[in-house]
Ligand binder design. Structure first.
Ligand code: GDP
Length: 298
């Protein structure tokens, strides 16, 4: 219900416009498709994904002899669910320890998402450790400590200004010693010096690869849905440094830009793992392609 509520503006933005043109045109023809194309592009779907959708519709029209514009919503839904599901990834093997590195630009909701994730995993009975490796932001470390207290999980942090690599190293040793199920690592996100940021991240990835190679390593990028197309730019940037295999899309509650989810997955070929639908500790949900598309289109 919260996903539906959260996406209500995205739905309004997208489906009302589609319904208007469906009402104005009865037949799926070039003119209709042109208008649809414009709606999709202006609703954060982006050029590439819009073209993919239009191409898919044309195929479906030919294949199934579709004519009536009232069928269009279902065709779009089918395309989007398939596309989102196609990019879902593998689960860790049983008993394998996990490391989740959380990356993203400051302000997107990294700290909050880590708190929510730690809480979720803990609730599911997993042993969780959090590493506060964004050592440059004292406030972020403090905030993360608060989340960890609330979630009742251990946090590995050190004094401000220490090398983030050292925190990660300590956290990995702790995860091994205490046989944690999941180690969640915060990382720096100051974008004003792109090169430094990317260097720092790649140092962290190297340490994890070397020190904890037996673990299933996931890198999740946090994207703020309210920033629209900027999210794609950020995802492309981070992809240059690390192989991101999951996305956390935050602040879906109350934004009309939830449609950004589609071009991000379609262009970057990275699955969305979780969606943030509020500021509270339990406001993080598993991403489900069908539920998500239905919340917007139904
Ligand atoms: P960080 O700088 O990336 O660590 O971002 P924070 O975790 O500090 O979050 C920045 C702001 O976004 C805070 O005010 C959070 O409460 C807010 N925030 C994070 N996730 C969500 C979400 O899913 N929904 C809403 N409405 N706010 C969120």
């Amino acid at each position: 219900a919260r996903l539906k509520e959260g996406l209500s503006k995205t739905k309004k933005n997208l489906t009302e416009q589609i319904e208007n043109i469906v009402f104005a045109h009865r037949k799926i023809d070039d003119e209709f498709l042109e208008e649809l194309e414009e709606i999709l592009i202006t609703s954060d779907m982006g050029m590439e994904t819009t073209m993919d959708i239009i191409e898919y519709i044309k195929q479906e029209v030919r294949k199934n002899k579709l004519e009536d514009t009232s069928e269009i919503k279902n065709v779009i839904k089918k395309y989007l669910v398939n596309m989102l599901e196609e990019h879902e990834d593998k689960e860790p093997t049983e008993n394998q320890q996990r490391v989740i590195l959380i990356v993203g630009v400051n302000g997107v909701g990294k700290t909050t998402s880590i708190g929510k994730l730690a809480y979720r995993f803990k609730e599911q009975g997993e042993k969780v450790i959090v590493a506060a490796a964004d050592t440059f932001r004292a406030a972020a470390v403090e905030q993360l400590k608060e989340w960890c207290t609330r979630a009742d999980v251990e946090i590995i942090a050190s004094e401000n200004g220490t090398d983030p690599g050292a925190v990660i190293f300590d956290a990995i040793q702790a995860a091994k010693a205490r046989k944690s199920d999941i180690l969640i690592c915060d990382t720096a996100g100051r974008l004003h010096n792109k090169k430094n940021l990317m260097n720092e991240l790649s140092k962290i990835f190297k340490i994890v690869d070397k020190e904890f190679s037996e673990a299933k390593i996931d890198v999740y990028l946090v994207i703020d849905a309210t920033t629209g197309q900027n999210g794609i730019i950020q995802a492309k940037l981070f992809s240059e440094t690390c192989s991101i295999n999951g996305l956390i899309l935050t602040k879906l509650d109350g934004t009309a830009k939830g449609g950004i989810a589609f071009p991000i997955v379609n262009e970057l070929k990275i699955p969305i793992k979780y969606v943030g639908v509020g500021e509270k500790i339990d406001d993080l949900q598993d991403f489900n392609a069908e539920d998500f598309v239905n919340a917007i289109f139904e």
